[in-house]
Design a protein around this ligand. Structure first.
Ligand SMILES: Nc1nc2c(ncn2[C@@H]2O[C@H](COP(=O)(O)OP(=O)(O)OP(=O)(O)O)[C@@H](O)[C@H]2O)c(=O)[nH]1
Length: 669
């Protein structure tokens, strides 16, 4: 398998999708508005144009009407004025005749302008000669009238020629004015018709344009809606899945569990929740980096998917924890089977390019509805079972057990109380003397710890030290105790030294040595009075780091003791390598000195070894004079135990210089 750093699920540009969608929607709406404005302008323009044209045509028609009357009246009045002037010779008739001649000519001219051009041209052609003669005769008549020759004027008016020409002209003029009337009427009618047609065309166009715009708008909005729905679906998918593995995430798990529980309840079926935690995953990150760690997590997700049914729910719960929910409709065995398959498959080696990785998995199982009926409770109980699987040595499967759950709850309560207790100064230093086996002089005291629990009374270290180590409280606890112990040490006899234990986890703390020196400085105690005890476990876990710490402690002036020697790994190489100042012989050898000959041999060997390495020895757990005697004979220099004194408070330990017998000590423990 090659190393591929890209995550399986790509973060999608949801924001830009929304922006694009908004852009599309805005464009569609802008088009619609523009189209609507165009349509409105078109309709308005068409309406305006047709109203103006119609009005003008109507005006011309009215004019034609008026001219028909005017020409007729002017003609009749002209004839009347001519007759009356010739008969009466009165000057006002003569003036009237004079005036009416050009008036009639002008009215005819206007009418010809309104008539169709062809009609007007034909009128002019047909009447040109008659009009010219008529005009000449009118002029002669007018002259005759003005000169008083009324008889000759009358003769002219009554002449056959004049009458015939007047009739011809009247008929032609009547034709012309009627033609102008008809033409203007037709114009009005055809304009009305055109207006109707253009309105229909514009309306048709508007409907077509409206339909196009509507389509565009709905298409645009439809596309926007589609994009938004798609984006929403993506967002929901992303929100529900773990980005690294692509499995459901914690939130989605809860939703899915509730749905599964609802269905199981309806069908009267069972479910099992498997809490899976990887074993030894942290070292993978530490050794190969987080990128390889991530690949492991992805591979775990892949293997989980392969060894389970597709209907089984799989989720990443966080960190290196996964949750699987299997249905138990076929009986309670299926969860156990699935869990065992998971442990087996995740235990198979993984290979990423050159890098080989070996992890494992522990599984805790809780059942619905047997153990719990809510998702939170089920997960909590599966976690409790998982805790037990881890305690049992990892790589195992454990079912939830209510009794152990109580133990876990008790442990949690104690952890909370311990955290508060450390802050509140409830952890009290106790001291046990370490004496010279020959002189019984007190050489040093070992710092031990008691917890003055506000409700449970005085608790020994067996009740809380392991808990403190497991929960990371051992560092703060040690420092809190040491702060008080350094003050006590300043008041103890100046040749007494103080031994105290440093837990394996504390070895990793970069600040350990500076913090110890700061405590000593605050209390005004030289580092030479401090002896740090380390167990073999601390050395085995991280030998290189242990060597560094030992060197730093010694450089700072403190001494270092190898605690509980003989019980653990007892590698002689540690002794040679690490330059301890003292070795503590474990109490199990001391207690069996009288009963098991091998114990004496082991003690003799350890003492011999120490002597050759020029290292001091201390025997732990000395309870009888016989044991003290034997140890002395075997060459052991120092002893610690009930024979010399039980652990006590500073006020009880302080006055002691030498311990003749056990009664000298306040028996506080
Ligand atoms: N590479 C990677 N590491 C992660 C991620 N999330 C959590 N971790 C690491 O996973 C580790 C989980 O810690 P633990 O469960 O104590 O590690 P472990 O070694 O498996 O411990 P045990 O369960 O006791 O065997 C921590 O070191 C986290 O930093 C992630 O997304 N990627």
């Amino acid at each position: 398998m090659s190393i591929d750093p890209s995550p399986p699920v790509r973060l999608l540009p949801t924001v830009s999708i929304v922006e694009e969608t908004m852009r599309q929607a805005r464009r569609a709406v802008a088009f619609a508005l523009l189209g609507a404005a165009l349509l409105a302008a078109l309709l308005l323009g068409q309406h305006q144009w047709s109203s103006v044209a119609l009005q003008q045509a109507a005006d011309r028609h009215a004019m034609a009407h008026k001219l028909v009357g005017e020409v007729r009246v002017a003609d009749q009045q002209l004839a009347l004025a001519a007759q009356m002037a010739a008969i009466t010779g009165e000057s006002h008739w003569i003036d009237r005749f004079d005036k009416l001649v050009p008036e009639l000519a002008l009215a005819i001219e206007h009418a010809s302008l309104l008539a169709p051009q062809a009609v007007a041209a034909s009128y002019r052609e047909r009447t040109a000669e008659a009009a010219r003669l008529q005009a000449r005769m009118n002029a002669s008549a007018a002259e005759a009238l003005k000169s008083g020759a009324f008889e000759s004027a009358r003769a002219l008016f009554d002449s056959e020629r004049y009458v015939a020409q007047s009739r011809l002209l009247r008929a032609a003029t009547e034709e012309l004015t009627q033609a102008s009337l008809t033409a203007t009427e037709q114009e009005v009618r055809s304009l009305r018709h055109a207006a109707l047609i253009s309105t229909a065309v514009v309306l048709g166009l508007s409907v077509a344009l409206g339909a196009v715009l509507w389509r565009r708008l709905t298409n645009g909005l439809g596309r926007s809606r589609g994009s938004l729905l798609e984006a929403e679906e993506r967002v929901q998918r992303l929100a529900a899945s773990d980005l690294l593995t692509g499995l459901d995430n914690r939130a989605a798990l809860h939703d899915a569990m509730q749905a599964l529980m609802g269905r199981a309840r309806r069908h009267g079926e069972g479910l099992a929740v498997l809490m899976v935690d990887l074993d030894r995953f942290k070292p993978v990150n530490d050794r190969h980096g987080h990128m390889v760690g991530d690949l492991v997590l992805k591979e775990v997700a892949r293997r989980l998917s392969r060894c389970l049914r597709t209907s089984d729910l799989r989720a990443r719960y966080g960190g290196d924890e996964f949750v699987v929910v299997v249905d138990e409709s076929e009986g309670p065995g299926s969860a156990q089977g699935a869990a065992e398959r998971i442990v087996e498959r995740l235990g198979w080696p993984m290979q990423f390019g050159e890098i080989a990785v070996n992890i494992g998995a522990s599984v805790g199982i809780a059942r619905f509805p047997h153990d719990a009926v809510s998702d939170d409770e089920l997960l909590r109980k599966a976690d409790s079972a998982l805790y037990r699987a881890k305690q049992a040595g990892r790589g195992t499967v454990c079912l939830y057990d209510p009794l152990l759950d109580e133990a876990l709850a008790e442990r949690h309560t104690l952890e909370v109380a311990l955290r508060e207790g450390i802050a509140a100064g409830q952890l009290v230093p106790y001291y046990q003397p370490i004496v010279d086996l020959h002189t019984r002089q007190v050489r040093s005291v070992e710092l031990l710890c008691r917890w003055k629990h506000p409700e449970r009374g005085l608790l020994g270290p067996d009740r809380f030290i392991q808990l403190a180590e497991d929960t990371g409280l051992i560092g703060p606890l040690t420092m809190s105790l040491l702060r008080q112990a350094c003050k006590d040490l300043a008041r103890f006899p100046a040749h007494w030294r103080l031994s105290f234990n440093v837990a394996p986890q504390q070895i990793q703390d970069e600040n350990l040595v500076p913090a110890l020196l700061a405590q000593l400085r605050d209390a005004g105690v030289p580092p030479q009075r401090l002896d740090v005890e380390l167990t073999e476990t601390a050395l085995v876990n991280d030998t290189a780091r242990a060597r560094e710490v030992i060197l730093a402690l010694k450089r700072a002036g403190m001494t270092v003791t190898l605690d509980d020697f003989g019980t653990g790994y007892s590698s002689l190489s540690y002794l040679a390598e690490m330059t301890f100042d003292k070795i503590k012989i474990d109490r199990s050898f001391v207690r069996t000195l009288g009963s098991r000959p091998e114990s004496a041999k082991i003690v003799a060997a350890i003492v011999g070894l120490s002597r050759s390495l020029a290292v001091d020895t201390v025997a732990e757990g000395v309870e009888t004079e016989d044991e003290a005697e034997m140890l002395k004979e075997l060459g052991c220099k120092n002893g610690q135990g009930y024979l010399f004194g039980r652990p006590g408070l500073a006020k009880d330990v302080g006055p002691l210089e030498r311990v003749p017998d056990a009664d000298a000590w306040a028996l506080v423990d």
